[in-house]
Design a protein around this ligand. Structure first.
Ligand code: ATP
Length: 478
């Protein structure tokens, strides 16, 4: 893809492998290379990415910047990803087919984007076949696959989270328990529901109606067989993601998502309409608290319970007056968090992923560019309820000319040189800048150059944070 000035695509071919290696190798303050020993030996890594959305496009884009990577496939990928990786067909829920594909392609490493294959045991199948994969085993992926499993794990391991009013196996039990809750209450269908399985409400009738839809109407199938009722927490949300090999970990740049469809957090919930990341969103004290009370106890709990976790852990946090609390775990990178995060990553992501997958992660890998990043999601007319698909996309080349930006494809298909919409979320238009304002200006400049009939995007991504006074003692460079 034609991306920003830091993208190596065009210049790359004319440089030697050793030049590329030297330039892409992060160097710490002593001048020592911060890349693991293993990958100074090789620069012909072949990587398979599982998934086909904006997150996977950002992963492919970042991997392409590594001098260690020779080949990238993405299964199934999408129209835009096909410019950065070879796309191969795959039903992502079919873990046997994914393992067969990795064998047939000769992939050295497989990186899993979405949660479904992880919850279905893709990592276990790869391990059984001796294949290298970045992603947790099925048991640990239950941290995302079952909200009740996650809640019980947090309770066993003393990790701060919302209090529980009940774990309910019948609608009668769930409705009865509503008589003794404090409002607002949060009703959660236990399993994976593509972002629709949670209701936060102060209305008993709304809660009961949701319980009926989930447990009697089976709106989410088996995922709604059990329901969790929990305390509604107040505060600001934060996405905090780590990459771990089970022992060591790298904290990724923190991000904040915008879930509602329209400006000022109005309209229905979506898969995510945009994200931002800045140095100023966490004080050092708050980050230390997150690490001490949440991240390290989670990793210790996983080890204690014999869950070997190699992959990304996404902590969906609420920053309450009583300190940070976990709303949810995800067992993978977020979408669209990844787009904003990888734009700020100033280290060899391929080496870090391989090291985490093989149990050799070196935390000195992580370097983050100072400043901020923003990702604005462009969505189809009618998204999220009834997205209208098949529209032509114009202006991509013009958008990609805006300095410091990258356009990541989520729901697109390609026909020759033309692109058409094929999903609710179409594009993630991302940019970096010295400040949140600068990053947002670039992202919105690029977005304004793209024309898709009926498409919409929020005009306020990161704006509330940009207006706030800067915090003292902020996080910088991980
Ligand atoms: P699904 O299974 O449908 O994909 P999910 O993983 O999106 O669900 P959560 O992340 O647990 O579900 O919750 C979605 C959103 O609901 C959160 O981002 C947050 O805004 C809100 N939420 C969840 N739990 C609480 C809580 N205890 N208090 C307040 N808000 C909450």
């Amino acid at each position: 893809m034609a991306v920003n000035e830091s993208t190596f695509a065009g210049k790359e071919a004319s440089r030697t492998a050793s030049e590329r290696l030297r330039e892409s190798t992060p160097v710490d303050t002593d001048g020592r290379a911060a890349v693991s020993f293993l990958f100074l030996q090789t620069n012909n890594m072949k990587i398979l990415i599982i998934g086909g959305g904006g997150r996977e496009h950002a992963i492919a884009w970042k991997l392409r910047q590594s001098a260690l990577v020779e080949k990238i496939w993405c299964a199934p990928g999408n129209g835009g990803i096909s410019r950065d990786a070879e796309c191969v067909p795959l039903n992502v829920g079919d873990v046997q087919a994914a393992a067969d594909l990795a064998v047939n392609l000769g992939a050295d490493l497989t990186i899993v984007g979405p949660e479904l294959p992880l919850v279905q045991g893709i990592a276990d199948e790869f391990k059984r076949r001796g294949l290298t994969i970045l992603g947790p085993p099925k048991m640990a992926a239950q941290l995302e696959g079952s909200k009740i499993f996650a809640k019980e794990f947090m309770e066993r391991n003393g990790i701060p989270t919302a209090g529980v009013y009940g774990v309910c196996e019948t609608p009668d039990d769930a409705c009865a328990k509503l008589d003794s809750v404090s409002w607002p209450v949060v009703v959660k269908a236990d399993g994976l529901c593509a972002g629709k399985g949670v209701l936060v409400t102060s209305s008993a009738s709304e809660a009961k109606e949701f319980i009926q839809r989930v447990m009697i109407g089976h709106e989410f199938g088996e995922a709604g067989a059990r329901v969790l009722l929990e305390e509604g927490l107040a505060g600001k949300e934060l996405s905090y993601i780590v990459l771990t090999d089970g022992s060591n970990f790298i904290s990724l740049a923190p991000t904040r998502d915008h879930k509602r469809a329209f400006d000022n957090d109005e309209g229905p919930n979506t898969g995510g309409m945009g994200t931002y990341s800045t140095d100023g969103m966490l004080t050092r004290e708050l980050e230390e608290e997150i690490l001490a009370k949440i991240v390290r106890p989670t990793l210790a709990g996983l080890r204690k319970e014999n869950m070997e976790y190699r992959g990304f852990i996404f902590f969906g946090l609420m920053l309450t007056n009583d300190g940070p609390k976990v709303l949810e775990y995800n067992c993978r990178l977020g979408d669209p968090e990844t787009q904003a995060i990888l734009l700020r990553a100033d280290f060899d992501f391929a080496a870090a992923c391989m090291d985490a997958a093989t149990g050799k992660l070196d935390a000195s890998h992580a370097k983050w560019s100072k400043g901020a990043s923003v990702c604005v999601v462009m969505a189809s007319e009618g998204y999220p309820a009834n997205p209208v698909l098949g529209k032509s996309i114009a202006g991509l080349d013009e958008a990609e000319k805006v300095p410091h930006t990258a356009v990541f494809h989520a729901g697109t298909k390609r026909e020759g040189e033309n692109y058409y919409t094929s999903g609710g979320r179409i594009l993630g238009i991302a940019a970096v800048g010295e400040s949140l304002e600068a990053a947002a200006r670039s992202a919105y400049d690029a977005a304004s150059r793209i024309t898709i009939p009926g498409a919409h995007y929020r005009k306020d991504i990161g704006m509330a944070a940009a207006k706030q006074p800067k915090m003292a003692g902020v996080r910088a460079n991980g």
